[in-house]
Design a protein around this ligand. Structure first.
Ligand code: ADP
Ligand code: ADP
Length: 225
């Protein structure tokens, strides 16, 4: 079965007038697939990512993640689904400024009820994997942009999610650092994760096996680079 399926998904926002951010989108992500979403600003990329990550529900149509229909779940069950199945990586890293690298990485495990010792071990292990084994107790402001993004990647992996969602993950780092970040994402997919990546940079999108081009909330075409 598909890891993610969108069946005729429409998403509208009401803000004075109605904005149709997604319009009848059909898309499936097979387990262990690597997909990039490209499109101009306002084409619906973030909306798509938010729906796949069960952060939001569609106006109509079905969103299925790991066999569960997202819109049929309560807010609480959607939070559980996000906590166990989905790892998020954001352009702006979204780290907690007062927490160390280990504490930031371990945060999802606090919610999952892990003991402090196991959390630290798991977080230290993940940080070593992303090359930050010597930065465990640094706070975000003591780390470079690329190091912060690697902490965010370690955090995204903490609960061992099957699906990793990345929104412009290289948007705030220089080109060389971006290449390092993309190597990590490539490794994730090679390790058996399903990866969905939003970017406006073609150079980044071509890491994926499939590029979904969005325009005005619709899939314009799907490319296999
Ligand atoms: P992209 O990520 O491709 O820039 P978005 O998904 O952010 O596109 O936005 C698609 C459309 O939906 C845009 O017109 C945007 O202004 C609108 N939109 C997105 N999120 C909201 C929201 N929370 N409230 C109102 N309008 C929104
Ligand atoms: P990006 O395209 O870089 O992801 P956006 O500016 O499109 O950034 O969106 C950033 C966030 O703001 C998204 O979560 C989106 O849902 C929200 N957003 C976008 N447009 C609007 C809007 N018109 N009103 C409220 N929220 C919006």
């Amino acid at each position: 079965t598909a890891q993610v399926a969108l069946d005729d998904v429409t998403k509208e926002y009401d803000l004075g007038g109605t904005v149709r951010a997604l319009d009848g989108v059909d898309l499936t992500l097979e387990p262990d697939s690597y997909t990039a979403v490209m499109g101009p600003s306002g084409s619906g990329k973030s909306t798509l990512l938010n729906l796949v990550g069960a952060l939001d529900t569609p106006t109509s149509g079905g969103v299925f993640v790991a066999g569960e229909e997202v819109s049929a779940l309560s807010e609480r069950d959607r939070a559980r689904l996000r906590g166990t199945e989905v790892g998020f990586i954001f352009q702006t890293f979204n780290l907690m400024p007062r927490l160390t690298a280990v504490e930031n990485t371990a945060l999802p495990l606090v919610f999952a009820g892990w003991s402090p010792d196991r959390r630290r071990d798991r977080a230290a292990d993940l940080l070593s994997r992303v090359g930050l084994g010597d930065r465990l107790d640094h706070q975000p402001n003591q780390l470079s942009g690329g190091q912060r993004q690697r902490v965010a990647i370690a955090r995204a992996l903490a609960a061992d999610p099957s699906l990793v969602l990345a929104d412009e993950p290289t948007g705030n780092v220089d080109t060389d650092t971006g290449a390092d970040i993309m190597r990590l994402l490539d490794d994730l997919q090679a390790d058996g994760n399903t990866v969905l990546l939003v970017t406006h940079e073609r150079r980044i999108a071509t890491h994926a096996d499939r590029i979904v081009h969005l325009r005005d909330g619709q899939i314009e075409r799907i490319e296999e680079p």
